[in-house]
Write a protein that binds this ligand. Structure first.
Ligand SMILES: O=C(O)CCC(=O)C(=O)O
Length: 349
């Protein structure tokens, strides 16, 4: 059928059309049916696209632990998750908004999702592996909400298969909507389906899908770059909102500012919804508002933010500015919305 910008479907219309342009409809179907999907390299970037990301990750390893070429002993029996890479090399920034990876994450989480982490995975030969688990972040035992709260994109920088210690999945487990118990984790460890994909591919999954990884039986290291996204009202794993610089916002497209959550409305201080009002001024792709056609930000927008988006100001949470929340909203909205929209906004929509 012809997909259009139907008002009723909100930002799903324009997002879906762009995912179609990228040839990712089968990936959407696989996410729905099995809870994970693999994006082939040619849908992510030009031939050999992953080499620059691999070079960037090798640079991190070199700075943190020493050059990989000096010996791999340090990585024997190790499966390490190197955290908080984002500001170590500018090349990590642009893959946060790779159209294929971010597009499928937005399909799962909404077009206003934010970035939760950017990590590097390194696994050496030996016995180290990741136990079977789901990524739903709340450890309480209640059944998971049916919507995905967070989703992962792992870009493979080396070949991934069972012998090489690939990540593995339980296809269909995304419908079980509960966390794995320790005996189940043990039972499924060697029964899970290993990913088999060349370097330059990526795997995408939502927080419900049970997964782990196999030990690496071959020489060398397995490498991947992980970007985890989440719905905007949750706490991200890494503090991008506090650490992103104006220079980083200026050199990246505006959607990057949204991923950094610099327009996130919470927390409120005594002056109530001050941060919320700032978001009203922000370009599409940066806000927490409803996912509408009008607020959709194209996956193909590469124009640098260059002053159109700004780092989050320091709010004085303890000060009340003497005005009522209603007045602040009225003034912020004045002249920019029609009468009907204004009453809807004031009613808290
Ligand atoms: O690659 C791995 O070893 C496991 C990855 C994983 O479990 C995750 O990213 O949640």
């Amino acid at each position: 059928m012809q997909i259009e910008n139907w008002e009723t479907a909100g930002s799903m219309g324009p997002l879906y059309q762009e995912l179609q342009q990228l040839g990712l409809e089968t990936n959407i179907a696989e996410l729905e049916a099995f809870g994970y999907t693999i994006i082939p390299p040619e849908k992510i970037g030009p031939d050999g696209w992953h080499l620059e990301l691999k070079d960037a990750l090798e640079g991190v390893v070199q700075r943190r632990f020493g050059d990989l070429s000096d010996g791999l002993d340090r990585w024997t029996d190790v499966n390490d998750n190197l955290r908080f890479l984002m500001w170590e090399d500018e090349r990590f920034e642009k893959y946060a908004y790779n159209p294929a990876g971010l597009g499928l994450a937005q399909y799962l989480l909404g077009t206003n999702c934010i970035l939760s982490l950017c990590n590097g995975w390194l696994k050496g030969q030996g016995e180290a592996r990741t136990g079977i688990h789901g990524d739903f972040l709340d450890p309480t035992p209640d059944a998971h909400p049916s919507l995905n709260v967070n989703a992962n994109v792992h870009y493979f920088l080396t070949d991934y298969n069972k012998e090489d210690g690939a990540v593995s999945f339980l296809p269909g487990s995304h419908r079980w909507r509960r966390q794995v118990s320790p005996p189940e984790s043990k039972y499924w460890a060697d029964r899970a389906v290993a990913v088999d994909a060349p370097a330059g591919s990526a795997v995408v999954w939502g927080n419900h899908t049970w997964h782990g990884s196999y030990p690496r039986k071959t020489a060398g290291v397995r490498m991947a770059l992980q970007y985890e996204y989440m719905r905007p009202r949750y706490q991200p794993q890494e503090p991008y909102r506090d650490t992103v610089t104006q220079e980083a916002l200026d050199r990246n497209p505006v959607r990057f500012a949204g991923l950094m959550d610099v327009y996130g409305p919470f927390p409120f201080g005594k002056s109530d919804r001050t941060a919320d009002l700032r978001a009203l001024e922000a370009p599409p792709g940066t806000g927490h508002g409803r996912g509408t056609v009008e607020t959709y930000c194209s996956l193909f927008d590469t124009e640098p933010g260059a002053g159109r988006v700004t780092v989050r100001p320091d709010y004085d949470y303890m000060n009340h500015d003497g005005r009522m929340s209603f007045e602040r909203h009225r003034d912020a909205l004045k002249g920019r919305l029609s009468q009907n929209d204004e009453s809807a906004q004031l009613a808290g929509e």
